[in-house]
Design a protein. Structure first.
Length: 87
């Protein structure tokens, strides 16, 4: 019987991806807020903390695609530096 990998239980959410990147890069919430500021995305410590809660917690908030996209773009800027001007 083939294994179905497309079930909700086995798929990663944006929150899971953010948590794994936070651990892999040894980032604290202040670091993540600073990374998001590199791409002009503002978020409070409380709102960020709600995304890192257990998914069965009352204050859990799902991270949307926008925050993950902005975090990844900010992480690229932090690690590589800003894109050079092509003019």
């Amino acid at each position: 019987m083939p294994i179905n990998y497309s079930t909700k239980k086995n798929s990663l959410t944006n929150n899971d991806i953010l948590k794994k990147l936070r651990v892999a890069h040894k980032l604290r919430n202040d670091d993540i807020i600073a990374i998001l500021k590199l791409v002009d995305f503002e978020i409070s410590k409380g709102a960020l903390g709600d995304m890192f809660r257990a998914d069965d917690h009352d204050n859990y908030v799902e991270a949307g695609d926008q925050i993950l996209r902005n975090f990844l773009n900010g992480l690229i800027i932090q690690l590589r530096g800003p894109m050079p001007d092509k003019r």
